[in-house]
Write a protein that binds this ligand. Structure first.
Ligand code: DC
Length: 235
């Protein structure tokens, strides 16, 4: 019995933008006492760095050469969850959790995430986080590229309309001045770029379990996930 309780696994949760995978992943990690890593936050932090340093123009052209040269000096880490219960993303030690979620970063993150050198660096950092297992990581390529041997892989989906509605609600709650049409266009655009890029495109790993959470409550999703986790840990 001891062996079972001590066993730690890697849980990889992939899916489309705004599919609610981060909320599910964070909640699962907190219930089972695992570390949670939001890999999308890492791509967002690199994008924020590039925006701040004038490396992306208003047509979303990235100065790849300068960004790749700057990569060794871009340090990304996570601070423990504070009073809000959310783990904050740090860029060179600065808390950028709020800034990386705004529309400006969302609109520019896909062209940054297609750069092979950016992916290489972030993937190796993500693999380091998972060295001791006991981790839940969410993203686009976690089950396919970062942890192809993860014991439990989930692929979350929901329609683009449903995902845009959820994202709009979040952004309005934060006081951002956006419309449904803008958010929907961003969701569809990111889906297109994420699924068609040459390096690690978003796709379901063949051994991932698919979940369409469009009609599920948060509680139903976490129950579903806990059930899959309990089965994976018994294997
Ligand atoms: O999950 P998110 O929407 O915060 O992710 C932001 C962007 O980062 C998304 O448009 C695609 C990219 N991303 C990626 O390419 N690979 C990952 N593992 C996670 C995110």
């Amino acid at each position: 019995m001891k062996e079972i309780t001590d066993k730690k696994i890697i849980v990889a949760i992939d899916g489309y933008s705004s599919s609610g995978k981060s909320t599910m992943a964070r909640e699962l990690a907190s219930r089972i006492g695992y570390v949670y890593v939001d890999s999308g936050a890492m791509y967002r932090a690199v994008t924020l760095y590039a925006l701040r340093h004038g490396m992306i123009d208003n047509k979303r052209n990235v100065d790849v050469h300068s960004l790749v040269a700057a990569l060794p000096g871009i340090k990304i880490s996570f601070a423990r969850a504070g009073e809000d219960g959310v783990q904050h993303t740090l860029l060179n030690g600065e808390d950028v959790e709020h800034e990386i979620r705004d529309m400006k970063v969302s609109e520019n993150v896909s062209p940054v995430a297609v750069i092979p050198e950016v992916r290489e660096r972030l993937v190796s950092l993500q693999q380091e986080f998972g060295e001791d297992k006991g981790i839940v990581m969410d993203g686009r390529d976690i089950g396919t590229t970062v942890f192809p041997h993860a014991e439990l892989k989930i692929f979350v989906n929901a329609s683009a309309e449903e995902r845009a509605r959820r994202r709009l609600k979040e952004l309005l709650a934060k006081g951002e001045d956006v419309t449904y049409e803008e958010v929907y266009a961003n969701v569809v655009d990111r889906d297109r770029i994420d699924t068609t890029r040459a390096v690690s495109p978003l796709r379901k790993a063949t051994d991932a379990i698919e979940l369409d959470n469009g009609a599920m409550t948060r509680e139903e999703q976490i129950d579903w996930l806990l059930d899959k986790f309990n089965k994976a840990i018994e294997d």
